[in-house]
Ligand binder design. Sequence first.
Ligand SMILES: CCCCCC/C=C\CC(=O)SCCNC(=O)CCNC(=O)[C@H](O)C(C)(C)COP(=O)(O)OP(=O)(O)OC[C@H]1O[C@@H](n2cnc3c(N)ncnc32)[C@H](O)[C@@H]1OP(=O)(O)O
Length: 301
Amino acid sequence: MALMAGLRVPARALLRSGCWLRGAALAGAEAAAGLGAGVRRFGSQRVLVEPDPAAGVAVVKLKSPPVNSLSLELLTELVISLEKLDNDKTFRGIVLTSDLCGVFSAGLDLTELCGRSPAHYAEYWRALQELWLRLYLSGLVSVAAVNGASPAGGCLLCLSCDYRVLADSPSCVIGPNETRLGIVAPFWFKDCMVNTVGHRAAEQALQLGTLFPPAEALRVGLVDQVVPEDQVQSTALAAMARWLAIPDHARQLTKSMMRKPTADRLAKHREADVQSFVSFVSRDSIQKALQTYLEKLKQKG
Ligand SMILES: CCCCCC/C=C\CC(=O)SCCNC(=O)CCNC(=O)[C@H](O)C(C)(C)COP(=O)(O)OP(=O)(O)OC[C@H]1O[C@@H](n2cnc3c(N)ncnc32)[C@H](O)[C@@H]1OP(=O)(O)O
């Protein structure tokens, strides 16, 4: 404990990434995931990809301690991994999950939104747009195995998938809490919410900045299943099998028919959306609100 207190951040990071617990269990986990000899994990520093070529499925794990906040680096690495999987005919589906304990993703990395230059904000927003468009329109089946808290941008990642399984734990809250920070979700996040839970529920959740506990998230339709924490990944893989039973071409054309009009609203006006974000985030009042929120988070930690 004293050692952990003295080395607060690294110790927490290690615990979060499950390093102390995982070493011995790794071989077993690989076997359970169907990773035989010769099937190698790949990915990058912040995105771990565990392929199961026989099943045509890859488990994509976010591993950017302490909370998988969406830094420019994480966004970029995730886009690269998704692009690679999208272009590899071996794969028909991905399970998106977190390699950390208790957090799926803390949403946008607030340090990317505070005290930076307009050029940085623009670069960051373009990366977020890129990730959303790629995930939302991916021809792969995407199942989110939400094994931790998933506020704001974390919720957007989940909503961009085809199916969501959430862990049944009080800490596993999910929802669009932007207004509580004094900021506003972009219209394409709003559209995703509306498409998932309907206009009235989306309007209430977005205005109130609601973070739903699991039972409420299920009731409102924000997630499709709530299961015990240790069954999230296996349930996601079982759901994946149901989706993969459908011929790809028919499912993909249907997905595109359902989602392209929403995606096009951004795709056709990306640069205007970037400029609107840059001017919003650069306001003194927004900078102050974000700084205050970030300081509160740090004090709490
Ligand atoms: C300006 C216009 C923008 C429009 C864009 C709208 C779209 C999306 C907006 C967003 O996504 S904004 C981000 C919203 N996210 C949140 O409100 C979540 C904040 N975090 C938490 O509630 C908690 O951290 C957690 C995720 C529930 C995990 O709790 P836990 O107790 O396990 O960990 P903490 O001690 O709170 O945090 C550890 C460490 O991480 C830092 N941190 C947490 N979240 C973020 C973040 N989003 N960005 C950057 N850093 C974050 C936190 O400050 C701690 O730092 P240290 O104290 O260790 O330095």
